[in-house]
Design a binder for this molecule. Sequence first.
Ligand code: C5J
Length: 232
Amino acid sequence: MSPSPNAVEIAAEPYPFLFDPAACALLIIDMQRDFLEPGGFGEMLGNDVSQLRRTIAPNQRLLAAWRAAGLTVLHTREGHRPDLSDLPPCKKIRGRAAQSIGDRGPMGRILVRGEAGHDIITELYPQPGEPVIDKPGKGAFWATDLHAILQHRGIRQLVVTGVTTEVCVNTTVREANDRGYDCFVPEDCVGSYFPAFQDYGLRMIKAQGGIFGWVGHSSAVMAAIESSTATP
Ligand code: C5J
């Protein structure tokens, strides 16, 4: 399919990304209280949440630019039904932790829909009209209606942000790649509890000629949005 006349080349690795705003959705992965907030499940497991919290401000700026331009925004949340019927037994017991998914944690039942910790942080809270995809897995396409929603809106590209880089962001980018979407990942808008995984999570996307997609900076995307929506 040929790019629209509004497509803009933006700096990226391994080579410039041809960004087509009207055909591109911002997909914000799992910016949930239990992963990001001090006192949540992530911190309870011994993780340094500041590694994720540094992505909040860049995501806020990117989201504001996206909304101002009237482009498509979607959010995801990882979590399960209150009766845990969609929780694979292997996911429940993995890690051998004292508390696991479905148990009572610092912000309600861990990764259960409707609980406080499962919700999206206030800084990036979805607005009416922005689809929220509740996903039981790491990837946002598996067992969700994400692909159908994107197809109905004519979306062919995704800017994927959120947490964590090596888990749900990487899994989603790989799933998207197999379904025919081009993915751009702004490195300042994705985060991992582990600096080495942040580095390698991004390298794995852009290696081998962009085997799963492109990696760049949110400032390049915002500049492109401004230039493509500027009135002459
Ligand atoms: C994890 C996620 N790490 N959103 N979830 O379990 O990456």
